[in-house]
Design a protein. Structure first.
Length: 116
């Protein structure tokens, strides 16, 4: 596993920290996600998506359905990436962004983290 890039976006006091990893297998994905959860104990959500050959998974991590994991995965597909995990740690700032705001925030954070 290798951290390729990290990007932080702040919107209405919420902080979105995107991580872009190169991974070899699902075990590495699990290890990274466990690490991020320990490292960011106060974070409200850590949605993610990964693709390793024919294996893929996406998670909204309790964000409204389709607002986090899916946009992350769509960017992975659009850029034809493989052996990749993108996770976004979200610290809630007290102001609700709504589904559209969340979708834009996660998409923006992921687009920027993919720019090496």
């Amino acid at each position: 596993m290798k951290l390729i890039n990290e990007y932080t976006l702040e919107i209405k006091k919420s902080k979105f920290i995107a991580y872009y990893y190169e991974v070899e297998n699902v075990e590495e994905v699990k290890t990274i996600l466990e690490y991020l959860k320990k490292e960011h104990k106060k974070a409200k959500h850590i949605p993610y998506a990964y693709k390793i050959d024919q294996f893929m998974k996406k998670s909204d991590d309790k964000e409204p359905s389709g607002t986090a994991g899916n946009p992350i995965y769509l960017l992975i597909e659009r850029k034809e990436l493989n052996h990749v995990l993108i996770a976004v740690v979200r610290y809630f700032g007290g102001i609700k962004l709504g589904a559209g705001g969340l979708l834009r925030a996660y998409t923006t954070a992921c687009k920027n983290v993919l720019m090496k």
